[in-house]
Design a protein around this ligand. Structure first.
Ligand code: TLP
Length: 347
């Protein structure tokens, strides 16, 4: 029996490896990466280090491990980390900073996910025997819960100046940094230049099945490699996965512009439907966050109605939903999705 094809807008993590990517996986040269002799992993790490303008890089199994390895490698137990209240690390990483690194998180409310330098300066702790030392500021670019919003270089630079002045390090959760870069034309290394550590994902918009890469100085990566091992992320013949990452970087970066166009198209179509509110200013990359205006209806109801009509989605709050475009969704699917929404809301 043929499997029903759903239009899957739950996340850009749902993409499946293409035939060509599977070929690259099948043909990958491998070695034992814990011994440091997997040539495909070495190639991927060198590629990403170059793209991010850092001395070294390290392949990790997931974005969560990437962030956590970076946090652990840049801090000491008891330190405080400033981050945005809706950030992935604060909301979706199972409390790992406390559990794995003994960190206290200090959340700040940003405007559409974007924190300002003045806010951060206000929250960095003065040197006082009672306070936890502020060790790190984390920025998420693009910002997931805010709907894929982009930090401008000007804002990042101001935050960087505050952090440097106060001797505080900077980490970039760049799970979707490629989306920010394609949307703005700003190269990855320019974004990365303000950060001590950067984590980028291969398994979101780029379409690899698994994997993230962290990058930083040689000294930082030496620590990160050890911490990755401690967290159980030391992998063996993992060139078969790294090969998919290399393929993704070589073939799937520029096409992210299509995802952004599709997200825009979707947002414009849905915002015309009475009963739906979308803050169009947040539609900057491959996400659309919509709000159901009718208090009688909620996101669970909408997810159910969409599924009956061949569309997969997830709630993003009681009356909110996030829709994400990616390489397994085409423009035809977007038109179809808008039609289904019209039927569901307007009959
Ligand atoms: N985000 C996933 C879910 O966990 C919410 C998604 O569907 O968007 N940083 C950011 C900004 C992320 O959005 C994610 C994943 C991660 C880190 C973690 O990556 P993984 O899932 O590989 O651990």
């Amino acid at each position: 029996m043929e499997q029903r094809r759903f239009i899957d807008l739950r996340s850009d993590t749902v993409t499946r490896p293409s035939k060509e990517m599977r070929k690259a996986i099948a043909e990958a040269e491998v070695g034992d990466d814990v011994f440091g002799d997997d040539p495909t992993v070495i190639k991927l790490e060198e590629m990403v280090a170059f793209l991010l303008g850092k001395q070294k890089a390290l392949f990790v199994p997931s974005g969560t491990m990437g962030n956590q390895v970076c946090l652990r490698s840049l801090t000491n137990p008891g330190d405080e980390v400033i981050l945005e209240v809706n950030s992935h690390i604060y909301n979706y990483e199972v409390g790992a900073p406390a559990a794995l690194s003994g960190l206290q998180l200090h959340p700040i409310k940003g405007e559409k996910g974007i924190m300002k330098a003045e806010q951060i300066l206000e929250e960095i702790r003065p040197d006082n025997i009672h306070h936890p030392p502020t060790a790190l500021v984390v920025i998420e670019n693009t910002h997931n819960r805010a709907g894929g919003t982009i930090y401008s270089l000007e804002v990042i630079e101001k935050i960087y100046e505050v952090a440097r002045k106060c001797n505080v390090k900077m980490h970039l959760d760049g799970a979707r940094l490629w989306n920010a870069s394609v949307a703005t034309g700003i190269p990855l290394n320019m974004y990365a230049s303000y950060f001590d550590s950067v984590s980028v994902c291969l398994s979101k918009g780029l379409g690899a099945p698994i994997g993230s890469v962290v990058a930083g100085s040689t000294e930082f990566i030496k620590k990160a490699r050890k911490n990755r091992k401690m967290f159980g992320g030391g992998m063996r013949q993992v060139g078969i996965i790294a090969a998919a990452g290399i393929y993704a970087i070589e073939h799937n970066v520029n096409r992210l512009a299509e995802d952004h166009k599709n997200a825009r198209l979707l947002a414009e179509g849905l915002s015309k439907i009475s009963g739906i509110y979308i803050d169009m200013e947040t539609v900057q990359t491959n996400m659309v966050i919509l709000e159901i205006k009718d208090k009688e209806k909620d996101a669970e109801w909408l997810v159910g109605r969409l599924k009956e009509n061949g569309i997969l989605s997830i709630p993003f709050g009681k009356r909110k939903m996030r829709l994400v475009t990616h390489l397994d969704v085409n423009t035809e699917d977007i038109h179809q999705t808008i039609e289904v929404f019209k039927r569901v809301f307007e009959g």
